[in-house]
Design a protein around this ligand. Structure first.
Ligand code: GLC
Length: 542
C-alpha cells in the first residue's frame, strides 16, 4: 500500500501555509501507525507552481517552498529507519516554461538545436497565425501557444498538452532521453525507492504532428484520447530503459526499485502493454476512480483489470482517490458541503473492497480520514489551471487538495505551525473539525481505524496477498468473492482457508454470504446479515 502525499497540503513546518518536506518527515510516525509500505511525494522540485509542481523548472533540486536537498535527505533517512519506501513523482512529458532549456529555446532561432528539444512549429494560414494542428490541451483550449521571436515579431508555436506554462519535451531528440537518464540516477543515488511517472502514456507524439481525427472528442473528454498525441509505440522503449536503470541499482544493493506509471490509454489491453516484464512494475488502474457506485460496474471493471493484467507479471494497481479527482465520500453521495452519510458509508465499503483485492492499493492523503471533497471553495481561491482554462466551468481539482486537518477545533487545524491566524493555502471548512487526525485516532469507529485494521490484516493474512480471486454467486446489488484457497460450504459456513469479502451496494440489508461474525466490517454488521452500503470480510472461524 502506497500513500500519496500531496506535499503542499500535508503538513506545514514553516508557517507559510504551504506543506513542506520537513512536514512530511514530522508526519512519518503517523503514517507508520497507519501501516503504509511506502509514500509517493507529489513534485517538490523548483517550479513556478502553475500546476503545483507539475511544471518543473529544475529536475534535480528542491523548491525553497518545500525545503532543500538536505531536508530531502533527512526525510528519506527517517523513512528508511521506519521501513517506509519513498517514491518521487517524475514529470517527463513536459517541463515548466521557466526551465533553462525552454528559455534557451525561446531565445534561439527556428530550426535550432535548442528548439529541437521541444515541439516548435510554424503556424498555418498565410501569416502563420493559426496553430500548426488542431490538437486540444488537456486543460482546455488549444495545445499550442505562439511565441514572439527575438526581433519582436510573432513567430513559431510550441506544443503544450497541458497548460501553456508546461511545454512538451520532444522525446525524438536523444538529448532529452539522456537528460532524464541523469535525473533518474541523481535521485536513485540519493536513495529513493522508485518513481511515480506522470503522464506515462505521453512523451512521444506522431512524428508529423498531423491533425487529430476527432478534435471534438479531445476537447469534450479532456482525456488522452487523441491517438496521435498519446500512447505512441516508441514510449515503451523509454520504460524499458528506465527499468534497466532500476535493475542496475537493484543489482548493486539488492534493494528493489519501483516504477509506477500514470497510464491513461483507451483499452485495458493497451494498459497491460505498459507493465510487460521489462517495462513498468505497475501502472495505475483508474477505472475504479470513474466507476459509479454500482455492483455490476465494479464487478466488470475489477474483472477486466485482472484479466488484462494476467500474464504480464504485474499486479493491478487500485486507486479510489487521488489529487485529480473528487473524493469518494462526495462522489458516492449527494454533494452537500459537509459530505453525506451515505457517501461516507459507501466510501468505507469501497475501501474494504479495495483492500481485499489482489495487487497494490494507492491511498490519497485524507482518504484514511474520510475527508469529503470541499465543494464550496470560492472562485477567487481556486488555483487549478483547468478552472482558468475552461472559462471557470470545470471546478475539479482544488476541492480534494485542501490541507489536512490534524488537531484542534478551528482552521488551521494544526496543519501549519504558524502563529495563530496562519492561513493554509486553500481555506479549510469549519466542519474539518470532525475529521482531525487527533480525533480519528481516538475513535475506534473512525475511517482511520478501518483503514488501519484493514491494512494490518492485509499484511498479516496470506489470503490477502497476490493470490487468486474467485467470484461468489450473490444476489443483484451485492458483490462477493473469495481470496485464497477454500470453497464455501452450501450451508453458508466457511471452510478451508479462504477469506470472503462481500459488499452490499444497495441500501436494504441482505443475507450475508457467510453465517459467522465478520472479521472486519465497514459498518455495524451482525452475524448473518450484510446491511446496506456495507462491506465485510470473513475467514473460517469453525
Ligand atoms: C497528471 C497529474 C496532474 C497534472 C498533470 C500534468 O495527470 O496527476 O496533477 O496536472 O499530470 O502534469
Amino acid at each position: 500500500m502506497i500513500y500519496q502525499v500531496y506535499v503542499r497540503s500535508f503538513l506545514d513546518s514553516t508557517g507559510d501555509g504551504i506543506g513542506d518536506l520537513a512536514g512530511v518527515r514530522a508526519g512519518l510516525p503517523y503514517l507508520k501507525k497507519l501501516g503504509v509500505d511506502g509514500i509517493w511525494l507529489s513534485p517538490f522540485y523548483p517550479s513556478p507552481q502553475h500546476d503545483h509542481g507539475y511544471d518543473v523548472a529544475g529536475y534535480c533540486d528542491v523548491d525553497p517552498l518545500f525545503g532543500d536537498l538536505a531536508e530531502f535527505d533527512l526525510l528519506t533517512a527517517a523513512a528508511r529507519r521506519l521501513g517506509i519506501r519513498v517514491l518521487l513523482d517524475i514529470v517527463p512529458n513536459h517541463c515548466s516554461d521557466q526551465h533553462p532549456w525552454f528559455r534557451q529555446a525561446l531565445a534561439s532561432a527556428p530550426g535550432s538545436r535548442e528548439r529541437g528539444r521541444f515541439h516548435f512549429a510554424d503556424g498555418r494560414g498565410p501569416d502563420g497565425s493559426e496553430p500548426p494542428n488542431n490538437w486540444h490541451s488537456m486543460f482546455g483550449g488549444p495545445a499550442w501557444s505562439r511565441v514572439t521571436e527575438a526581433d519582436g515579431r510573432p513567430g513559431q508555436w510550441y506544443l503544450h498538452m497541458f497548460a501553456p506554462e508546461q511545454p512538451d519535451w520532444n522525446w525524438r531528440t536523444p538529448e532529452v532521453a539522456d537528460e532524464f537518464d541523469q535525473v533518474l540516477r541523481f535521485w536513485l543515488d540519493r536513495g529513493v525507492d522508485g518513481f511515480r511517472i506522470d503522464v506515462a502514456a505521453g512523451l512521444f507524439k506522431h512524428p508529423e504532428l498531423p491533425d487529430s481525427p476527432d478534435p471534438e472528442a479531445d476537447a469534450r473528454t479532456r482525456d488522452s484520447v487523441n491517438p496521435l498525441a498519446w500512447n505512441q509505440p516508441e514510449v515503451h522503449d523509454v520504460w524499458r530503459n528506465w527499468r534497466a536503470v532500476c535493475e542496475e541499482y537493484t543489482a548493486r544493493d539488492g534493494r528493489e526499485r519501483l516504477l509506477v506509471g500514470e497510464v491513461s490509454v483507451p483499452t485495458a489491453r493497451d494498459h497491460a502493454l505498459y507493465v510487460r516484464p521489462a517495462e513498468l512494475h505497475q501502472a495505475f488502474f483508474f477505472d475504479l476512480l470513474s466507476a459509479p457506485w454500482n455492483a455490476d460496474v465494479f464487478r466488470k471493471v475489477i474483472g477486466e483489470a485482472m484479466q488484462d493484467i494476467a500474464g504480464t507479471g504485474s499486479t493491478v494497481t487500485w486507486v479510489l482517490n487521488n489529487h485529480d479527482q473528487v473524493r469518494t465520500v462526495t462522489r458516492y453521495g449527494e454533494p452537500t458541503p459537509e459530505g453525506s452519510g451515505l457517501g461516507a458509508a459507501r466510501a468505507r465499503a469501497a475501501a474494504l473492497l479495495m483492500l481485499a483485492l489482489p495487487g497494490a492499493a494507492y491511498i490519497y492523503q485524507g482518504e484514511e480520514l474520510g475527508l469529503p471533497e470541499v465543494v464550496d471553495l470560492p472562485d477567487d481561491v481556486l488555483t487549478d489551471p483547468i478552472f482558468r482554462r475552461t472559462g471557470s466551468r470545470a471546478r475539479i481539482r482544488d476541492g480534494c487538495r485542501v490541507p489536512l486537518p490534524w488537531s484542534g477545533q478551528a482552521s488551521p487545524f494544526g496543519f501549519t505551525s504558524g502563529a495563530e491566524g496562519a492561513r493554509p493555502w486553500l481555506p479549510q471548512p469549519d466542519y474539518f473539525a470532525e475529521y482531525v487526525t487527533e480525533r480519528a485516532l481516538a475513535d475506534t469507529r473512525s475511517f482511520w481505524h478501518l483503514y488501519r485494521d484493514g491494512l494490518q490484516l492485509r499484511s498479516r493474512l496470506p489470503q490477502l496477498g497476490d493470490g487468486p480471486l474467485e467470484w461468489l454467486d450473490t444476489p443483484p446489488g451485492v458483490l462477493g468473492f473469495v481470496r485464497g484457497a477454500g470453497p464455501l460450504r452450501g450451508d453458508g459456513l466457511l471452510r478451508g482457508d479462504g477469506l470472503v469479502c462481500a459488499v452490499n451496494f444497495g441500501t436494504a440489508p441482505t443475507p450475508a454470504p457467510v453465517s459467522g461474525t465478520p472479521l472486519l466490517a465497514s459498518g455495524p454488521c451482525p452475524a448473518g446479515v450484510l446491511p446496506g452500503s456495507t462491506a465485510a470480510w470473513w475467514i473460517n472461524d469453525s
